[in-house]
Design a protein around this ligand. Structure first.
Ligand code: ATR
Length: 272
């Protein structure tokens, strides 16, 4: 008899997460006996949930808002990538019950750009925002050989990221339009432009037409920033690809098969 393996995603709230739809699509596509479940967990219950994963027969979890940083004290080990980013989005439960954390958001971000043919090593990237998501994006871009300019409303947070990853300069939020001259990539990691949030206001006049513009959120798929960039002729990459690619390493670790990110998966997530 094949052992049924169960993984899941822990968040609060969790009902909008596309991860269950994606992992269950892969399980079905590869004929794997497994399940991937949404796990609504309030921050106060996170420790208890992590401690009881093994007893519940769960072989691994993803973590999403607001748990990616809160989970750190409950893990037995984290890898170097997670340590640098300061957050964990993927956990493996070993047969002995150890919890091993990593962060696949940087990988997902880079792979999304790579698949779109939009990576330019040695290029200049302007990163807007300096929260948890920005740390993963900056890690990915520095590893890919970019020079970064990070603009954030709270400048100290941008300075802290620049210090961690090197090859980076922090500038004030009001500088965000001025630093676009000679940029190869513009990334929005702030919550501006997300559904129910105000749009990101930025003057794109100085941004070269060859530059790539990407937003890491996928609700809406076409944020006001992407719509404006598209209108002036820039190549745009939406955030759904990052979600799909960040799921790959976890699925492979839990279910033993490296899954494909392709147009059929994207179609399933959007309309399936
Ligand atoms: P995440 O983990 O998704 O990155 P976060 O850590 O809360 O979420 O970060 C949100 C980012 O959006 C931050 O860079 C934040 O700026 P501050 O560091 O100054 O808080 C940015 N952000 C949110 N609302 C903003 C606004 N109205 N104007 C400019 N930046 C904003």
């Amino acid at each position: 008899m094949t052992e049924l393996r169960t993984a899941g995603v822990i968040g609060w709230p969790i009902k909008h997460s596309l991860s269950p739809k994606m992992h269950n699509y892969w399980l079905k596509a590869y004929g794997i006996a497994g399940d991937y479940i949404p796990m609504p967990v309030q921050p106060d219950n996170l420790g208890e949930t992590m401690r009881t994963l093994k007893d519940k027969g769960i072989c691994g979890v993803n973590l999403t808002v607001p748990h990616k940083e809160l989970v750190l004290p409950f893990l037995d080990e984290i890898d170097e990538t997670a340590r640098q980013i300061g957050a964990v989005n993927t956990v493996m439960v070993t047969p002995g019950g150890k919890l091993i954390g990593t962060n696949t958001d940087a990988y997902g971000f880079a792979e999304n750009l790579r698949q779109a043919g939009a990576l330019k090593p040695k290029g200049k990237a302007v990163v807007l925002g300096a929260g948890g998501a920005a740390r993963a994006v900056c890690k990915a871009l520095v590893d890919e050989g970019y020079r970064l300019v990070i603009a954030n409303r709270t400048p100290d947070k941008a300075r802290a990221i620049a210090k961690t990853f090197g090859s980076s300069e922090a500038v004030g939020w009001e500088q965000r339009g001025a630093v676009l001259a000679d940029a190869d990539l513009l990334v929005n990691t702030t919550s501006l432009g997300l559904e129910k949030q105000p749009p990101l206001e930025i003057d794109l006049t100085l941004l070269p037409k060859e530059a790539v513009v990407t937003d890491i959120v996928y609700a809406p798929l076409k944020t006001p920033l992407l719509a404006e960039a598209e209108k002036r002729g820039n190549i745009t990459v939406d955030g759904l690809g990052m979600l799909m690619h960040q799921g790959v390493p976890g699925f492979e670790a839990w279910f033993g098969k490296r899954p494909l990110v392709d147009a059929a998966l994207r179609e399933h997530l959007l309309h399936g």
